[in-house]
Structure formats: C-alpha cells, structure tokens
Write a protein that binds this ligand. Structure first.
Ligand code: ADE
Length: 227
C-alpha cells in the first residue's frame, strides 16, 4: 500500500513510521509512507499556505491553491483510492473503517492546521473525512499517524502471526480478553488456572467469556451496536 501525507509540519511525522511494526511494514515493502511538505506548493516565495478567513474571526485558514495544486499533482502520479482529510468534524474512526481502508492500494491524507482548510477543497477533492475522537488536536498529523498505524498493521503479512490481528479488541465487536506471561506466580498474584491447563477448548471458552464480560462492563454500547 502506498500512503502519502500532506502536512505543514512534516517533522511531526518523522518518528511514528520509523519503528516497530510500521518500520517492519516498510522494510517488507508492504507499506510505503511518503510525507509531503505543503510549503513546496506555497503561493509565494515566503512559503505562504494560509490566509485570514473571510467574514472575520481569529485563526488562519489553509488556502485552496497550494492544496489543490498538491493534490492534483500527487493524484496524477499515484491515482489515489481515497483522499482523506483529518478533522475533528469528520466521521469517528473505528476498526470497521480501518479494515476497509487496509484493503486500498493508495491513500492520500491531508493534515489540517490553524482553523482548518478552505471548504472548497473539502467539497471538490476530499473523499472521506476522519476524526480520531471528540477532542481537538493542534493539527491532523498525530491523527494521521494513528489512522495509518491502525491500517498498516492490518495489511496481510505486516504482523508476524497473521491471526493475531483477528483477535484484537473490536475486531469481533468485543474487547480483547486479559493476557498473562511468565512468571505463573508474581508476588502471590496467580495466572488463572485455566490458562495453564493445556485444554485449548476450555481456554477459548474462557477467553470468550472474559471478552464478553469486559465488553459488558466497560463498553456496553458495543454490544448494542449491530455494525
Ligand atoms: N485535527 C484536529 N483534531 C482532530 C481530531 N480529533 N481528529 C482528526 N483530526 C484532527
């Protein structure tokens, strides 16, 4: 999968894709992330990409021209399946969306800053708007990193044990059950006996019960949500 990200603070994205599973995805050639600096399409030699908003009010707005030129140039080369704007008023990101996006070949993410981007870019170029939750970040970069991470780990071959993503929280509309590792007894705090039994059927049943209980306790809304 090819992922392109347009940002006015590309330094914010230096690290998230250079480690751990995202690095492995890149090393295996399964996910390639390219960060573009919007200032490369600035309207003047001062690097101008934003301007005052019409109608007055505090805060700058990211201008049409740099964004339109950047999107058109990159889209002509990469033919994006989706052009995604990260914004707190987008649809709230979830595992269902991550699954759908992980099947695409080429995605472009636009990170907003200041007051956001000119509405005409949203109307004419953006195919999907995503929020990562009901709070406001200072820009879309960290949101883009979250979304790309969630998508990247679902690409077949990225995780070593391919089945492990299938048992993630949310993947079956349940939270994940508790997990334990050695030692079996830490300060007298013992691992549930069933996990030491070697009886795989019993272990599966226990995990399902625990996942169900955890979901009922913490996220009962998920059990009523028939998505
Ligand atoms: N940009 C600012 N806040 C955001 C959020 N909650 N989700 C996505 N992009 C954002």
């Amino acid at each position: 999968m090819n992922i392109h990200i347009i940002s006015v603070v590309p330094e914010l994205l230096d690290s998230p894709f250079g480690h751990s599973i995202m690095k492995r995805a890149a090393d295996k050639g399964l996910m390639h992330v390219t960060i573009h600096h919007l200032r490369d399409w600035a309207v003047n030699a001062h690097g101008m990409v934003d301007d005052y908003q019409f109608g007055g009010g505090a805060g700058m707005v990211m201008m049409c021209e740099p964004l339109a030129n950047a999107i058109e140039e990159l889209n002509a080369k990469h033919n994006f399946d989706e052009i995604i704007y990260l914004t707190p008023d987008g649809g709230v990101f979830n595992q269902h969306m991550a699954n759908a996006l992980s099947m695409k070949k080429s995605l472009l993410f636009i990170c907003g800053h200041y007051k956001g981007i000119d509405e005409r870019i949203r109307e004419h170029f953006i195919t999907r708007e995503i929020s990562i939750g009901d709070f406001v970040l200072s820009g879309g970069e960290l949101a883009a990193a979250v979304v790309v991470d969630a998508i990247g780990r679902l690409i077949p071959g990225v995780l070593n044990d391919e089945t492990s993503a299938l048992f993630d929280s949310f993947q079956d509309n349940l939270l994940a059950p508790p997990v334990y590792t050695r030692p079996e007894d830490f300060r007298g705090w013992k691992v549930p006996e069933v996990l030491m039994s070697g009886d795989h059927k019993k272990i599966e049943e226990w995990r399902y019960e625990q996942a169900m209980k955890r979901t009922e306790d913490r996220r009962p809304d998920m059990l009523n949500n028939e998505e």
